[in-house]
Write a protein that binds this ligand. Structure first.
Ligand code: DGJ
Length: 703
């Protein structure tokens, strides 16, 4: 709900448990004067503190501005900075008008228009309130209403201001290829801390989200205040957490301004990516659950949002580039025998793709490997009762490809230096409309010619040479933004034309995972690291923001682990099998069949339920993750032991999220126990040897 705030002249954005208050100052600036738990009355909003400025600092420098523009007394991080053709670089935004409305889903939306005092620039701040999840979405539209172009040097999505004069702790994730989503907590001192991508994709290094809690009150998984935000953008992004000398802590973020400008022509407008922010006083766990719910209800593409994800088989780790009709059919038969629902062939099916040195760009079926095209394999897969899926990496080209031979000018490059190769490939300049069309047409042709129900869309090289020789000289730095926009448009066009096709985003594992791409794809490949123990840590980090319904995890041959342990680790998301089934024993098949059957019974709890991180694998020799169905009638808990010192072979876990008065029974409980009994008394789980695991399942008694 959005209400006018009379006391401070502004608006109160009310969610189920929070208030976010914006006020218009006498000078026409917008201040965020409160973001926290719901209050009883407007009068309870703490008075903003006005400091006495010196000639070195003005009001703009110490008040919590909603969308700080650079110019005048703003020395902290701005949200927007504009250069005008007459040389002016100062912007002065003032409140003009506002409008209340609804978004496409019926959520309340506030639209505030600011205008520059001297130039014809209109900046429109948008707020959508997701009441049930205590989350607000913010994005900004900038309109050039003048007669000449302007340059957007910085156009971030939002500044999230936290209560003044407190010390905060930042939680974020970092990593690299095959080691994504490591969680870090650091104190925020006066100064700035930046996480970002300059690689052209979301990147494995950092992921675009933050969580902040009070350093002196340390929030936990289940309690304490947490302010959080997640940016929906898959190109170069940046989130900057700053504590100013005046005690204001803010998280500002959006499209990265590094090496990036946008020339906005007269009458044109620019929309930046959505930045979702929320507050909870129920700890990190609740922040994650709110974000998961937001994704499932509003972020995922509409087609499969309410559909449970299928158990898939992917041939990559089994066959690498060595794919052919005969062998894939044998694998498909084996996959079908254990209950797989979607059979995906990975890299190697096209062009001269016998290794990673050739073929990228030539999206034609390799005639040696598939003499009659993909038809016979797809028919076989369908006759076995499975859908068929295929891998593509259309943003790239190998030097040894017909595409490069015909269109060498499509490679992203600077005028003189040879572009860097990575994995023997170059980046195509997707910012060019003809390249974007080529990509759309290539994938569209595949989907139009074959009964393909699933695309795994990969991207295996960072952008190293973001040059665009053929473009107007003063607009070449638009390449970063135009690349991402075109990529999004390709997905939108493909999804529109082929609404029955599901998409998986992948970038050498989890290099392109964010709420922007998840608005266009249904799931993501989490990491190329499929070691089931490493995956516990990667997946736990991933769960801070992303729901299990999108997180794909395969059972592979990686490491010396029991098959059961490998299954349990992969059953905590969207289950896939990536092992070489030709090497499995009869017993492996039997166990796998039983595990997949079990997964199908509980996947609605994992994919659509509430997640509780009971014991973190990062801080213990054990790990336990619980999922509770939305109606609280069912729960599943995965428990793992890594190694035990001094012979400890059992763990105590304290499940959460159950209905206190319901009586539960099932695997892991002795007899019937009330929800309160389970949560307060805890459960003991036996894990007899190193790298052993257990899955508990219990449900409420039917009344
Ligand atoms: C990287 C992906 O993450 C893998 O799963 C696989 O698809 C390879 N690329 C294929 O080249």
């Amino acid at each position: 709900m959005i209400e006018r705030c009379k006391f401070y002249d502004g608006w109160i954005l009310k969610t189920q448990n929070t208030w976010y208050v914006i006020s218009i100052s006498e000078s026409g600036a917008l201040h965020n004067i409160y973001w926290g738990p719901s209050l009883h009355a407007e009068e309870d909003i703490p008075l903003p503190q006005f400091l006495i400025p010196s000639s070195f600092d003005g009001e703009k420098g110490y008040l919590p501005l909603e969308y700080p523009e650079w110019g005048g007394y703003l020395f902290s991080v701005p949200c927007v900075k504009i250069t005008f053709p007459d040389g002016n670089r100062k912007t002065l935004l003032k409140y003009k008008c506002s409008e209340l409305g609804k978004d496409a889903y019926g959520n309340d939306q506030l639209i505030i228009t600011l205008v520059d005092g001297y130039y014809n620039i209109r900046v429109v701040l948008n707020y959508v309130v997701y009441e049930n999840f205590d989350i607000i979405e913010r994005f900004v539209e900038i309109f050039n209403e003048g007669t000449d172009y302007v340059i957007l040097d910085i156009a971030h999505s939002a500044s999230w201001n936290l209560p003044l004069n407190r010390d905060y702790r930042l939680t974020y994730c970092h990593g690299n290829w095959a080691r994504e989503f490591n969680i870090k907590h650091i104190p925020i001192h006066e100064g700035k801390f930046v996480i970002e991508s300059r690689k052209g994709h979301t990147s494995h290094d950092f992921n675009p989200w933050f969580m902040l809690d009070d350093l002196n009150r340390n929030a936990t998984e289940e309690s304490g205040e947490v302010w959080f935000g997640a940016l929906a953008y898959s190109g170069n992004w940046k989130i900057l957490v700053e504590k100013t000398p005046f005690g204001l802590t803010k998280a500002v973020g959006g499209i990265n301004d590094f090496d990036s400008i946008f020339k906005l022509k007269p009458t044109k407008w620019f929309r930046n990516p959505s930045f979702f922010g929320g507050y909870t006083n129920k700890g990190f766990g609740q922040a994650s659950r709110n974000l998961h719910n937001l994704q499932r209800k509003y972020v995922f593409p509409y087609n499969f949002k309410n559909t449970l994800r299928k158990v898939l088989y992917n041939s990559w780790e089994a066959t690498m580039f060595n794919v052919n009709e005969e062998d894939q059919i044998k694998l498909a038969e084996k996959a079908a025998s254990i209950g797989v629902e979607l059979f995906v062939i990975d890299d190697g099916w096209f062009g001269a793709r016998n290794n990673d040195r050739a073929g990228l760009g030539d999206w034609r079926v390799n005639p040696q490997k598939f003499p009659k095209g993909l038809g016979p394999l797809i028919e076989k897969v369908n006759s076995l009762g499975m859908d068929f899926g295929i891998w593509v990496e259309p943003e790239m080209v190998n030097e040894d490809s017909d595409l490069y031979r015909n269109h060498s000018d499509w490679v992203m490059r600077f005028p003189k230096c040879k572009p860097e190769k990575g994995r023997n490939q170059w980046n195509l300049n997707v910012a060019k409309p003809e390249v974007a069309d080529f990509i759309f047409n290539s994938v569209d042709a595949l989907l139009s010619n074959y009964n393909i129900k699933f695309i795994k869309w990969d991207m295996n090289k960072a952008i190293t040479d973001p040059g665009w020789i053929e473009f107007e000289n003063d607009r070449r730095k638009e390449i970063w933004i135009r690349y991402t926009w075109n990529l999004y448009e390709i997905f939108d066009r493909l999804r529109n034309k082929h609404p029955h096709v599901m998409f998986e985003t992948c970038s050498g594992g989890g290099g392109r995972v964010d709420l922007g791409i998840l608005h266009r794809t249904d799931q993501f490949w989490t990491s190329d690291n499929t070691n089931p123990y490493d995956r516990l840590i990667i997946q736990e980090g991933c769960s801070y923001v992303y729901s299990a319904k999108s997180m794909v995890a395969w059972v592979t041959d990686s490491g010396q682990f029991d098959l059961k342990y490998r299954f349990h680790s992969a059953m905590m998301g969207v289950l896939g099998i990536g092992a070489n089934l030709h090497k499995w024993s009869e017993n492996d098949f039997k166990l796998a069949k039983a595990m997949i059957e079990e997964y199908k019974k509980i996947r609605h709890i994992v994919q659509d339920g509430d997640l509780y991180r009971l014991i973190s694998p990062q801080r213990s020799d054990f790990a336990a993750i619980q999922y509770v169905s939305r109606d609280k009638k069912e729960s599943v808990i995965f428990c793992f032991r890594t190694t035990t010192h001094f012979g400890k072979c059992s763990i105590e876990i304290f499940p959460r999220g159950l209905e206190p008065t319901e009586m539960y029974s099932g695997k892991g409980l002795i007899g019937e126990i009330s929800g309160k009994g389970i949560m307060d008394g805890g459960l003991k789980v036996q894990l007899p040897k190193d790298f052993s695991s257990e899955m508990l399942y219990f449900e409420a008694k039917k009344r």
